[in-house]
Ligand binder design. Structure first.
Ligand code: ADP
Ligand code: MG
Length: 467
């Protein structure tokens, strides 16, 4: 296929790829480039490449997909309630605040900005609850709920569109019914714009981004949608820039480079790496003290802590927040264990008896932080204060064969998949104005890698084919 040399690399190592698979990959990459499934390559002169993608959707059980979607609004309500419960956050996070500098620094922003009293009485959220299908239980088990800087709403929507296109292109049109449509991009952009409007349509949206961000087009697609459909402009800035050029008006408004900011939307700020100096923390505090709507507020950010997830799993805790929906929500909870106190001693014993059956998680986001098997055993044997960790049952998803393409290179991989279900949520005062499921994302990773971050370079963007 010499005529296609400039679409995907012609590698010898792809001997196991058939001619029709190669043709499909070329069609996939072409669609991706033509429809903006792109990432920055951070060359000094600019530059972009297609995002890592799978060339076909991956099987996912239909009932599990439906259950994960059904519980999405309940989880949004739950996390908002948690974020408004000062006492619960304070008690649940006490040990993590003591043992983990990052949680402590976030808590400091929360306290210094006046806790619940200092908070704007509204919350707009694009949440993503992540699941893996657990073969032994036959259920979608929740890996975590992301309350800050959820990503891939835009690229994920487009990958669903791409897989639907490819099904027709390859003469598999009957598959269209099993590849669900995905409105994650529109859902996210619409709810953010609704939040901006509901709190006064002030000025612009400030998107907080990482320096050198690669996933810029996923973000810019949201900005473009907000502008086209709601007429609001987005400015992009790093925390450092906000610290240098942002200020608080006498009326409490946030100003940045001459603009009033109605909504601050975080696509950064979820890891210690995003706060290398005091300047970034000062920016967090400036934002939090202002009367701009935040997505998320620091309280909602804290509610997304892994320690909160573990606490909610304890008997009676979820039930207290969500008396009516708890039974349905419980179905998707994996076993979670505190590593505090006496219970912690028990949990360590359980895990050491079968290290491969558990995952040890610190209070971190962004992938690459969890400990498995041998590493988990070593860390638990080391002892010390484990209050900033939680222990989780290892979820055991089925494996699949995936034709994956990254940076123009085609690979056939043995893979595992993780389903993300987005939720769109808007509360103003005590009125919940929006609470609905907001599309989905499938991330598929090589079965040999324990972690699944697409941006971190281990995985491809995918979509589910319901079976
Ligand atoms: P992060 O906030 O870093 O994204 P996660 O809880 O999502 O943390 O864990 C990162 C990755 O580790 C997940 O995407 C998943 O691939 C894997 N993982 C996390 N928890 C489990 C679990 N209980 N069983 C199996 N794999 C898990
Ligand atoms: Mg995750």
């Amino acid at each position: 296929m010499e005529g296609d040399w400039n679409v995907i690399a012609n590698e010898q190592e792809n001997d196991d790829v058939t001619a029709s698979e190669r043709a499909r990959a070329i069609e996939a990459v072409s669609w991706a480039v033509l429809h903006g499934v792109m990432v920055s390559t951070m060359n000094t002169n600019g530059g972009y490449a297609h995002a890592p993608i799978s060339c076909s959707p991956t099987e996912f059980p239909r009932e599990a997909f439906a259950l994960a979607n059904d519980v999405a609004p309940a989880f949004a309500e739950l996390y908002d309630k948690v974020s408004r419960d000062d006492e619960f956050l304070r008690q649940t996070l006490a040990r993590a605040i003591k043992n983990d500098d990052f949680t402590a620094a976030l808590w400091n922003v929360y306290e210094k900005s006046g806790g619940q009293k200092g908070r704007v009485n509204a919350e707009v959220a694009v949440l993503r609850s992540d699941y893996m299908f657990d073969v032994p239980s036959g259920l979608p088990l929740q890996v975590e709920v992301n309350t800050v800087s959820t990503s891939f709403m835009a690229l994920g929507s487009k990958v669903s569109d791409m897989h639907r296109y490819l099904a027709v292109w390859a003469g598999e049109g009957e598959d269209l019914n099993s590849i669900p449509e995905n409105d994650a991009l529109a859902s996210a952009a619409d709810v953010l714009a609704q939040g901006w409007k509901a709190t006064g349509s002030k000025g612009k949206v400030l998107m907080v981004v990482q320096p050198g961000e690669r996933n810029v087009f996923d973000q810019r697609l949201i900005s473009q949608h907000m502008f086209e459909h709601h007429g609001v402009h987005t400015v992009r800035a790093t925390l450092r820039e906000i610290n240098a050029e942002g200020s608080l008006g006498a009326d409490g408004s946030l100003r940045f480079r001459g603009d009033v900011i109605g909504l601050v939307y975080f696509r950064s700020g979820y890891t210690p790496n995003d706060h290398p100096t005091e300047a970034e923390w000062e920016a967090r505090l400036l934002i939090e003290r202002s009367n701009a709507l935040k997505s998320p507020s620091v309280a909602m950010h804290l509610a997304g802590s892994k320690k909160v997830q573990q606490k909610l799993a304890e008997p009676g805790v979820l039930e207290k927040f969500m008396p009516e929906q708890a039974a349905q929500m419980r179905k998707v909870f994996a076993n979670l264990y505190s590593l505090d106190g006496e219970e912690g001693v028990k949990a360590v014993k359980i895990a050491l008896a079968n290290p491969a059956g558990y995952v040890l998680k610190p209070q971190r986001e962004g992938g690459g932080n969890n400990l498995y098997s041998e590493e988990l055993r070593k860390r638990l044997e080391l002892g010390g204060d484990l209050g900033a960790f939680i222990l989780m049952q290892r979820i055991l998803p089925p494996s699949h064969q995936t034709l994956a393409i990254r940076a123009g290179k085609l690979k056939k991989l043995e893979t595992l998949s993780e389903l993300g279900i987005y939720g769109s949520y808007l509360r103003v005062g005590d009125d919940v104005l929006v609470n609905k499921r907001g599309g989905h994302l499938l991330r598929t990773k090589a079965a040999t890698s324990d972690e699944g971050g697409v941006a971190a370079g281990y995985a491809v963007l995918d979509s589910p084919r319901l079976v």
